[in-house]
Design a protein around this ligand. Sequence first.
Ligand SMILES: [Zn+2]
Ligand SMILES: [Zn+2]
Length: 185
Amino acid sequence: MNRFQPLTYPLAALLAEPVGSERAYGVSGVTIPLPDDLRLAAAIEGTVVVARTNRGVLVDSRLATALAGTCSRCLREIEIPLDLRIREEVLPSLDLATGQPLDRSGEPDVARLTDHHELELEPLVAEAISLAEPIAPLCEPACPGLCVVCGERLGPGHADHPEDDIDPRLAALRAFRVDGDAENG
Ligand SMILES: [Zn+2]
Ligand SMILES: [Zn+2]
């Protein structure tokens, strides 16, 4: 593994080997920048196995990390664990025999090794994390959400309110929410 650039793997030697040859790398303690205000709550850990195919390499990576997020019901800050599987064929940019650039027009969207036959896994990992981000994460499956009267989190530690305390407008809102829940099954 290249010790200076995390998630970058020089593969020139592997590309000279027969189809089926493999390299395995460990990933430990790696953090990467993420798009869309996503933030890692834990380092990336796991394995990357790269196997020679007839056209390039097949990357098979299993990684674990966590995103920093907010519970969509009670708004607590939470860590969202992610298990990522990246399985993708990556093709060379240069012809191995001649060193000349390969024609990419037939497959413009396929992932490519660099001009130095390096696999740069970081963009694939960033994409996998973006795709794995849950739309409505919860701190726990049965998160009770927020009290419509006081705004505190329901559940242990939240005391019931006497009916007198309830603002009529909030009472109407609460009734509405109950109806909404019933509709959604
Ligand atoms: Zn919650
Ligand atoms: Zn309350």
